[in-house]
Design a binder for this molecule. Structure first.
Ligand code: 1CP
Length: 351
């Protein structure tokens, strides 16, 4: 008998990237591994520092698998962090308990001299050991997403020395000394190409480039520091690995989304919570995959409001190449049972 699913890839997450809709849509959530899960907190408290956890393949693989076991997401995202790249390049990076990342700030080209691509080998290899373990251990139907931070977003942390609300240190450096700042961006671009290629070679099925602070730049600066380096990463990865889908997440840049897609040639975009559903529909109708965009705080609130919005997103995107996700990462206050409720809702509603 003819099986209508015979030509579907085994991993449902990958189907929208061939331009086809899947019903119900594949679902995974940014930061699906993390502090909202008690089993994560247990391993985190036993693992030493946060970066120790990122460089311990067995433990990092285990925390990647935890949300897959609980919820059966269609994709797992490698457990690591975007700040592994500056750490591997040689910048001093640490995660202060309850305060977020702290880095010894890079202020000028002189400070850049301490960072080199040849430093990265050992630490990138540790992360890729995690990828290889996951490629073996994940269920066959679950895709594995590798990732990096986009050069602009990683540079904001490197220049500021910590997370910031306005990315002032990086924006000012870029205005003051365009050439010097572009050396930092170029270094990060090259490191990201190596890092992502290594992840694919170790077994990642798709890649996501997190540009969490893309929304803080003026138009021309956005082209220079967000679009151009991302385009170069996409070109280089595609040349080496033409079949691996690449998703961009230019958070806060809904108004420039089409320009981002045209300029970078990514296979899909992750949309933040503020992105209108009409914009997501228009992009998906061009054949690009759209991912998004439930408010993570609605996942904390739960209840009927959660069901209603999840349903509305699924309805708006039905029949289009779409992956259900949040508009940003899960927050630690999220009740784990609300995540179960959401996955159930997407799978019922999207059917
Ligand atoms: O102690 C802890 O457990 C720290 C919490 C934590 C976790 C769970 C951090 C510190 N990073 C992570 C994991 C992480 N970070 C993943 C793993 C996979 C998953 O999603 O499950 C990913 C993809 C990231 C990406 C990341 N790190 C981004 C991009 C996405 C986003 O949230 O915007 C950014 C900006 C970071 C930096 C970072 N790392 C950690 C924190 C608290 C932050 C944000 C700092 C800030 O507020 O600016």
């Amino acid at each position: 008998m003819h099986d209508p699913n015979a030509n579907q890839p085994l991993k449902r997450f990958l189907t929208p990237f061939s331009g086809k809709a899947v019903q119900p849509p594949p679902v995974w959530l940014m930061r699906q591994a993390g502090r909202y899960l008690p089993e994560y907190r247990k391993i985190r408290s036993e693992a030493g520092t946060f970066l120790d956890l990122c460089y311990s393949p067995k433990l990092a693989a285990e925390v990647t698998l935890q949300p897959i076991r609980r919820y059966g997401f269609d994709a797992a995202i490698l457990f690591s962090d975007i700040l592994v790249v500056p750490d591997a390049l040689g910048q001093n990076v640490r995660f202060a308990e309850g305060e977020g990342p702290r880095l010894e700030p890079i202020k000028s080209v002189d400070d850049l001299r301490r960072l080199t691509l040849s430093n990265t080998h050992y630490k990138f290899a540790k992360v890729c050991e995690t990828v290889a373990l996951l490629a073996r251990e994940l269920p066959r139907e679950t895709a594995l997403i590798g990732f990096c931070g986009a050069p602009w977003t990683v540079a904001t942390y490197m220049a500021e020395g910590r997370g910031s609300t306005d990315q002032a240190a990086a924006r000012s450096w870029a205005y003051r000394d365009r050439q010097g700042f572009s050396q930092l961006i170029d270094l990060l671009t090259e490191a990201s190409i190596v890092y992502l290629s290594n992840q694919v070679e170790a077994g990642a099925n798709a890649l996501q480039i997190f540009d969490s602070w893309a929304g803080s730049l003026a138009d021309d600066e956005f082209e220079r520091w967000v679009i151009a380096p991302t385009a170069r990463i996409v070109t280089e990865i595609r040349r080496r690995h033409p079949k691996v889908p690449i998703i961009g997440f230019p958070r806060g840049a809904a108004a420039s989304l089409q320009k981002y897609i045209d300029g970078t040639n990514v296979d899909g975009v992750s949309c933040d919570t503020a992105c209108p559903l009409s914009v997501m529909q228009a992009i998906a109708k061009t054949g690009k995959v759209v991912q998004g965009n439930l408010d993570p705080l609605l996942l904390v609130a739960g209840g009927d409001a959660l069901d209603a919005r999840a349903g509305a997103i699924c309805e708006a995107m039905a029949g289009l190449p779409f992956v259900f996700n949040l508009g940003h990462g899960i927050v630690p206050e999220t009740p784990p049972e609300n995540v179960a409720r959401l996955v159930q809702r997407v799978r019922e509603k999207g059917n």
